[in-house]
Design a protein around this ligand. Structure first.
Ligand SMILES: [Fe+2]
Ligand SMILES: [Fe+2]
Length: 403
């Protein structure tokens, strides 16, 4: 996924013409012929770029611009564009092939703050700008956070065993674990250090569930969510895959590709999980929604196939991001840590399609802030199961733009 030099050079060219157009539009007017001149050059350089990559997504994380997850060198043009995006609280700009000159000009007006964001949305889907104006806690510092204690681990494992044995769940236990994570993060901890590092095959659902709960809380805190909803986010994360307990272990643990029939069984886990949770006492509504919706995908192309116009719960969308990250993160065995640029590149490519773009940027901001725990990792063989279950396709993980 590392963008090659040619790609970066072309993106620099696009940015050069974009900032020139923005400067002229600010100095004269967006309709000025000088602006047209720069926009014409922008279109030319975009056309060149689109030979190697069909769309261009530039994301802003804090004061950095990312292209395919990698920070661009801070040239004067990159800095100027970053500043303008920052002023308008724009988190990303995405160009898809086929946009018109009028749409470009409208985008210029939006980036200069002369028109509101929705004015562009009403006009086109080919150029998108996304805002990241969620409040967040500025003062979170990084400190060491111990792994799950033996006691916490036992309590949670017990709950999963109860589900497996079709007994009633003790929601108190799960809630108190969520409370424990929240308290730990408040003590200025790095949530990424709390993730369960080693996934043994038979513990897949267990460790993954804990991780998704932790990541949900981290995201929620990053969005400024507090109180009961924050707790529920953690609980929903821990219970999102509870339906997998009803899928045969041989299927869940099968190392190779799944047959159609087996995949269909796995696809039942959201509704099985939601059904199970509905029959339990005191389960937060968010957890039931999340169990049901967490594979529907932001663009509603996932499963179970929702009816047209379905509105995804925010918690489900947060969980999709935690779920994807944890699946990608652990697709290699043992403790392979993450390379920030590769991780964020993969997530960014899914943003706006399988994942909510604003929430993805919020997540990447948290990742960037906790970046010291993340190191580079080698390129190992891809995990077919992750591709099937998380990306819902069998294309290359290096290019998850399929479908
Ligand atoms: Fe799932
Ligand atoms: Fe999951």
């Amino acid at each position: 996924m590392n963008p090659d030099r040619t790609g970066i050079r072309m993106v620099d060219e696009v940015i050069r013409h974009l900032t020139a157009a923005l400067s002229s539009a600010a100095l004269y007017a967006p309709e000025h012929p000088k602006v047209d001149e720069h926009l014409g050059k922008l279109v030319d350089s975009y056309r060149e770029l689109s030979r190697i990559s069909s769309e261009l997504l530039i994301a802003r994380v804090e004061d950095e611009l990312l292209y395919q997850g990698k920070p661009l060198v801070k040239s004067p043009n990159v800095q100027r564009l970053t500043r303008l995006l920052n002023q308008q609280k724009i988190g990303f700009v995405r160009f898809s092939p086929g946009f018109s000159a009028g749409e470009l000009r409208q985008m210029i007006k939006v980036v200069l703050g002369k028109e509101p964001h929705p004015s562009l949305e009403q006009m086109t889907a080919l150029i998108q700008v996304g805002s990241v104006d969620a409040p967040r806690e500025e003062h979170v510092e990084i400190a060491r956070f111990a792994d799950l204690t033996v006691d916490e681990r036992n309590r949670l494992q017990e709950q999963f065993d109860r589900v497996a044995e079709q007994q009633d769940l003790d929601i108190q236990q799960i809630t108190s674990l969520a409370a424990g994570f929240i308290a730990a993060f408040r003590r200025e901890a790095n949530p990424f250090l709390a993730l369960v590092p080693i996934r043994m095959q038979d513990e897949y659902t267990f460790t993954h569930s804990v991780n998704v709960g932790i990541l949900n809380i981290a995201q929620g805190m990053g969005l400024g969510i507090e109180g009961q909803i924050l707790h529920d986010l953690g609980v929903a994360g821990m219970l999102h895959d509870v339906g997998k307990i009803f899928v045969a272990r041989e299927i869940l643990n099968k190392p190779g590709a799944l047959t159609e029939e087996e995949f269909a069984k796995i696809q039942q886990h959201p509704s099985r999980g939601a059904q199970y949770l509905m029959n339990q006492k005191d389960i937060p509504r968010l957890a039931i929604f999340t169990a049901f919706e967490h594979h529907m995908k932001y663009d509603l192309t996932g499963y179970p196939q929702p009816p047209a116009g379905w509105q995804l719960n925010l918690c489900s969308q947060i969980t999709m991001i935690s779920d994807t990250f944890d699946a990608l993160r652990t697709r290699r065995t043992y403790k392979d840590p993450w390379d920030f640029s590769k991780a964020s590149g993969l997530m960014l490519n899914l943003a706006g399609k399988q994942l909510n773009p604003e929430l993805t940027l919020n997540f990447l901001r948290i990742l960037a802030h906790n970046g010291e725990a993340l190191e580079s990792f080698d390129d190992g063989p891809e995990d077919q199961r992750v591709k099937e279950e998380i990306l819902g396709c069998s294309c290359s993980l290096e290019n998850p733009l399929c479908g």
